[in-house]
Design a protein around this ligand. Structure first.
Ligand code: ATR
Length: 282
């Protein structure tokens, strides 16, 4: 039986094994999907051992996505642009790396009825999680796209990195600091879609001050937190402004669906139903 695993640290509470087991049942695939917890700094060693022992594919989560990118012999263009890898597999002696996070986020947003093509988007955060989703969001040709970060340097870097793609889609791509968002004159408000990609979601803080919140959200806004399993402080702020909110569980399921299809074959696309698996998890 073909063996797969998710690698992260910590990993005990990962929902990926349950998600992939459900896809395997839906598509009538025989596979085993387990958990791996390499020590921080020992990802490459663990991944090499996994593939040497016959492992077919691996999902990679915090904090190993950059290590996974470095490990891969071949990267897909979107993994290169994302600067991170969440899906690995071995074919003909080579380890391939892809990133399905951004595509997963886009599909979850579309499934929740978000019209990305006309959206004014605010992405909060400029770390690895933010970078991973910018390309696929820009591909949808939104109306405008602002990357806001606590410190400006990283957001400016991302704007440079994605400038060509944004120009080709005719998207106005700009950076702001979180403090800028408190100033009604510095940015055009409100936003249709606000995505929290900061690590602040993991603790019980929001990256947004109350002044920023009142500029950013109107009742027609949609607030998406990439963290899952709770109503975060960021989501609560949006709810208080009457906006619609979502956690990131749908993104988790959708990125897993893409990984499953990369491993097991695109011909299985119509047999798996990520929205059913998501409903079961809820
Ligand atoms: P990840 O891979 O989860 O994106 P990361 O690359 O370390 O992790 O990036 C963390 C992001 O969360 C950054 O954008 C960081 O802002 P800075 O670049 O200014 O450090 C942001 N972040 C973390 N804690 C935050 C907080 N309490 N408030 C606002 N932003 C925060």
């Amino acid at each position: 039986v073909d063996v797969y695993a998710v690698a992260g640290n910590p990993i005990a509470h990962s929902k990926s094994p349950a998600i992939h087991q459900r896809f395997a049942e839906q598509a009538k695939q025989r596979m085993h999907y387990g958990r791996l917890q390499p020590e921080v700094g020992a990802f490459a060693q663990a991944a090499k051992a996994f593939f040497a022992a016959g492992g077919k594919g691996m999902n990679v989560t915090v904090p190993f996505k950059l290590d996974a990118q470095n490990l891969a012999d071949v990267l897909t263009p979107r993994a290169q642009l994302a600067g991170a890898v969440n899906t690995l597999w071995k074919t003909e002696g080579k380890i391939f790396g892809d990133n399905t996070d951004g595509a997963g986020l886009v599909r979850d947003l579309l499934a929740q009825g978000i019209d990305l093509h006309s959206a004014r988007i605010l992405l909060i955060g400029a770390g690895g999680a933010a970078r991973g989703v910018i390309g696929p969001l820009l591909e949808q040709a939104p109306k405008s796209f602002i990357i806001a970060n606590r410190s400006s340097a990283k957001a400016d870097e991302l704007v440079k990195l994605f400038a060509d793609l944004a120009a080709s889609k005719e998207v106005a791509l700009e950076s702001r600091t979180l403090a800028d968002l408190e100033d009604p004159a510095k940015t055009q408000y409100p936003f249709d879609l606000v995505i929290n990609a900061t690590a602040a979601g993991l603790t019980d803080e929001s990256p947004l001050s109350s002044q920023a919140v009142s500029n950013i959200f109107v009742p027609s806004s949609f607030a998406y937190d990439m963290v899952y399993g709770k109503t975060t402080a960021f989501m609560q702020q949006a709810l208080q402004r009457g906006a619609r909110v979502s956690d990131g569980l749908g993104m988790l399921v959708e990125q897993a669906a893409d990984a499953f299809l990369l491993w097991r074959g695109a011909h299985l696309t119509n047999l798996i139903d990520p929205r059913v698996v998501l409903a079961e998890l809820r």
